[in-house]
Write a new protein. Structure first.
Length: 294
């Protein structure tokens, strides 16, 4: 499949006026990769906007996005707690913020109003389209778990319990999470409210602890590795995790924000190289934003 602009946007040209030419080569279908589904993301901002719609509009949006007569989105990513798409009106939160006080027993675990709002929309989505793959990604665990914007070692087991508890709570409310990543953009070190830095060696430790804990809880949720850019750092990161925790990894999640990524004519070559090296591990594009230039 090839997607290219028929005309380049000029100064002042609106994105809505662009024309595109889509070419699909279906002559060698047996050699092509399978596609789990096309999708988008549920964030706190999504929930806030959808909540603001009238009831009839809400139903129309759900049908337009997920019904068979709509565009039929089938792979949806949701945020686990706060993200950089959380409105200021919601504020900083996690599922066990507990005023910043340590809660290793998870006795104060609570999805919060924001989390319950997210779940309610996921349930409504499933009523319209049951055949949706659910992916969950955390931007940050509870603030008390972290030191210097990474998970503090004494809190690793609490982090595992927190992730399992989230999966259990979602399932109890009707949402079976098919897959998770342990951290959105683990090499991004920004605002601690919505970033957490986890290097490859630490990711292997967390994955090796979380995988068995998910199984012990009787859950079927898979772990997808990485969830960051398809570049040389990403290749090294994923290679380390697969080598040291591959028995608990069922896929790899890539983003597309590498430096000069979109300017490169070989911008998908790393995914091809990865497939050639690991043909049995599925790859997913879990976040991408095309920065159009005027």
């Amino acid at each position: 499949m090839n997607l290219e602009p028929m005309t380049s946007p000029s100064q002042g040209t609106s994105v809505g006026k662009l024309d595109w030419r889509l070419t699909v080569d279906d002559t060698e279908t047996g050699k092509r990769q399978s596609i789990t589904g096309f999708g988008a993301a549920w964030t706190d901002a999504t929930v806030a906007v959808f909540d603001s719609l009238q009831a009839e509009q809400q139903e129309q949006v759900l049908n337009d996005l997920f019904a068979d007569q709509g565009i039929t989105l089938r792979l949806m990513r949701h945020t686990i707690g706060q993200s950089d798409m959380t409105p200021p009106s919601v504020g900083r939160y996690s599922y066990d913020e507990n005023g910043g006080q340590r809660d290793a027993s998870m006795s104060h675990f609570d999805l919060s109003d924001a989390g319950r709002g997210m779940v309610s929309w996921l349930v409504r989505m499933q009523h319209v389209q049951p055949d949706v793959v659910h992916l969950g990604s955390p931007w940050s665990p509870p603030s008390w778990m972290k030191h210097d914007n990474t998970i503090d070692w004494p809190n690793v087991d609490a982090w595992v319990d927190y992730m399992v508890k989230y999966l259990q709570e979602f399932k109890q409310k009707g949402v079976n999470v098919d897959a998770i990543t342990i951290q959105n953009e683990p090499l991004h070190d920004g605002d601690s409210a919505w970033t957490t830095r986890i290097d490859a060696s630490y990711a292997t430790i967390l994955t090796n602890k979380l995988g068995p804990a998910i199984q012990a809880a009787g859950l079927s949720t898979k772990i997808w590795a990485y969830d960051h850019n398809a570049d040389s750092a990403g290749w090294n990161y994923v290679s380390t995790v697969i080598h040291q925790a591959g028995q608990h990894v069922s896929g790899v999640a890539w983003h597309c924000y590498s430096t000069n990524y979109w300017e490169s004519p070989e911008r998908y070559s790393m995914l091809t190289d990865f497939y050639n090296a690991h043909p049995s591990i599925p790859q997913y594009s879990t976040e991408c934003w095309d920065h159009l230039k005027s």
